[in-house]
Design a protein around this ligand. Structure first.
Ligand code: G1P
Length: 324
């Protein structure tokens, strides 16, 4: 997808001067029911579904850690014990692997707990993403913080979150990640109305309005909010009085719209690799793609995949029969 080129139509003013990064905490909402993956998610949280050999949520925590965030708060719900266990020590397993001298697997087992200082709280009633973020208020305090949604997996080689933290440091306020999507997909996302940033920084826009999951006709742009946010703590006061919106849920998008009206929300335009692991077909694509990239699995897997695809093409007629 192409990066947006924004014309300079607004007066220029200086962004805030460089300062030490103030964001240390990340919030990861993980209380969703995962209905799109039933029955796999009947007794297993959707965030724990493996992407190659790591649960999807580990990639998200690794992304936060790679951007320098060393405190991660998971907002969980009932049936999410597996997430707590994954980011904890597993003494018996560690002892057994140590006794065998299997240091590679021992590291793999220990890594999740070493990524960051990880905390968990429960959302209680699933009242929406805005409510989940509000549950983090006490833990976060009066500091800006990042929010990473588990269904959006950003390729580990991308630096989106670091760019967003830089933008927060320079402009203050809140920052959302935006991606251009085809018009027929905009109803799946929060959608942003934007204007050029001051002073017209490439890939950074000012958000003037936000609407949650608009119809194609009502969408103010093709810029979808993808699941990465850097939020000013002012969002808590707004969320506190945000009434239920779309779907009867308290929407983060609605609270951000109010902040955007004050001119304090920026968008970082992302055109890199993002996977929606909440969607079954995209989940499968993610697993295949990341497996192909792996040094230990890739070469053998790619060779098999090529043969498999060639076989599919050769038996196209048979495939059509399955589809019928
Ligand atoms: C949530 C947000 C939406 C955002 C999306 C990104 O929606 O409410 O604004 O665009 O995440 O993935 P959900 O996908 O949880 O319905």
């Amino acid at each position: 997808m192409s990066r947006m080129i924004v014309p300079h139509t607004t007066p220029l003013s200086e962004p805030a001067p460089e300062r030490a990064r103030t964001v240390r905490k990340a919030v990861v909402p993980a209380a969703g029911l995962g209905t799109r993956f039933l029955p796999a998610t009947k007794a297993t949280p959707k965030e724990m579904l493996p992407v190659v050999d790591k649960p999807a949520i580990q990639y998200v925590v690794e992304e936060a850690a790679a951007a320098g965030l060393d405190d991660v708060l998971m907002i969980t719900g009932r049936h999410k014990r597996a997430i707590e266990d994954h980011f904890d020590h597993a003494f018996e397993l560690e002892q057994a692997l140590a006794a065998k001298g299997d240091t590679v697997r021992l590291d793999a087992v220990r890594d999740p707990a070493r990524l960051a200082d990880i905390h968990h709280i429960r959302q209680g009633d699933p009242l929406g993403l805005g409510h989940a973020v509000l549950c983090a208020r006490h833990h976060v305090g009066d500091q800006p913080f990042a929010v990473l949604l588990g269904d959006d997996l950003i390729d580990p080689r991308e630096t989106l979150l670091s760019r967003m933290l830089d933008v927060r440091d320079r402009y203050e306020g809140s920052v959302v990640a935006l991606m251009e999507v085809p018009p027929e997909q905009i109803h799946l996302y929060g959608c942003a109305a934007v204007e050029p940033s001051r002073p017209g920084e490439d890939g950074v826009v000012r958000v003037t309005g936000l609407v949650e999951k608009p119809s194609r006709e009502d969408a103010p742009s093709r810029y979808a909010v993808i699941g990465r946010y850097v939020l000013d703590p002012a969002v808590f006061g707004v969320l506190d009085r945000t009434p239920p919106g779309r779907g009867g849920e308290i929407q983060l998008t609605d609270a951000l719209r109010e902040l955007a009206a004050d001119g304090t929300v920026h968008g970082v335009v992302f055109d890199g690799l993002r996977y929606d692991t909440g969607d079954r077909a995209d989940y499968l694509r993610t697993v295949v793609r990341l497996a192909c990239d792996r040094a230990d699995l890739g070469p053998e897997f790619v060779a098999w995949l090529k043969q498999f695809v060639a076989g599919l093409e050769a038996t196209g007629a048979r495939r059509d029969r399955f589809a019928a």
